[in-house]
Design a binder for this molecule. Sequence first.
Ligand code: PSU
Ligand code: MN
Length: 300
Amino acid sequence: MVELRIAKKVKEALENGQPVVALESTVIAHGLPYPHNVETAKLLEDICAENGVVPATIGVLKGEIIVGMTQEEINEMLNDEPLKIGTREIPYVVAMKKSAATTVSATMRIAKMAGIDVFATGGIGGVHVGDWDVSQDITEMAKTDLVVVSAGCKSILDVKKTVEFMETFQILVLGYRTDKFPIFYEGLSSFALEHVVQQPDEVAKIYLTKKELGIEGAVLVANPIPQEYAIEESEVQKYIEQALKECEEKGITGKQVTPYILSRVAELSNYKTLRANIELLKNNVRLACQIAKEIVNLKV
Ligand code: PSU
Ligand code: MN
C-alpha cells in the first residue's frame, strides 16, 4: 500500500489541531542554486518555528512521499538529482522508486492528502509566453482545497493570460493589501485584482467559507515582494529576454525552462534576483504562518 511518510512532529500537530505550513521542494532543488537552496530551506523552517507553526517540507525520496523532510532527507534528495514533478508524475516516481522535488501542483496535492490547509511558495507556474505551455499549478489550484501563499508569478510568464486563466479555472485570487496582481522580482503588475484582503483572518474566513460551501479549489493569496527588495522592471526584463533567447538557441523547452531562466537571471543580475527570491519566500512563509494560525483558531 502506498502511504505518505508524515514526520512525527507534523503528524502530532495535525492531530492536535496545531498550525502547519507546507513548503515545496522544487524551489530548493531547481529554483535556487546551492548552497543558497539548503540554507533557505532551513531558514524557512526556522521562520515557521519562530511563529509557533510546524513546517512540512514535501518531497519524494526514492519513491517515498515525505511530508516534513529533515535536513538530511533534503540533502539526500538533492544528491539524487531529483526529477521536477507536478501532480501527474507522482504515481510515476512512487512506483519507479525515484527521487523528486515537488512543484506547486504536486506539493498541494500531497499537502491536501496529509490534511494540511496552508502552503507557502515563491511563485506559481502559469501560462508561458510563446508556444502553448500552461503549468499544472493552475489545474491543481482549480480542484484542491488549500490556501496557497505566493508572490504572484514571474514576469517570464504571460502574466495577463495567467490571471485570466485563473478566472476560467475558478481560482479565487486574493490580493494581500494590493489590488494589482504581483509579479516578482518587480513588485506589482498592471493587472487589476478584484478581491483584496487586509488581514490574515480574512483569508482564513474566506477559505473556511469556501470549504463549507463545498466549492473546491485553492485560495491563492497574492503577496507582493517587500518593496525594498523589488527590482526595476526594465532591468529584470533585460535579463529575462536574454535568458529566453538562450533557451531558444539551446533548445531548452518544457519543465527545464523555468529552472534555466531562474538561474540565468540570477547570474546576469549578479545575484540580485536571488536575494529578492529568498526575501519574498520569507515574506510568504511569515504570512502563511499567520493564516494557518487563524484557520486553527476559527476551526475550534
Ligand atoms: N516560480 C518561481 N520559482 C520556482 C517555481 C516557479 O519563481 O521555483 C517552480 C514552482 O515549483 C512551480 C514550478 O510550481 O516552478 C512551475 O513549473 P512549470 O512552469 O514547469 O509548471
Ligand atoms: Mn510546462
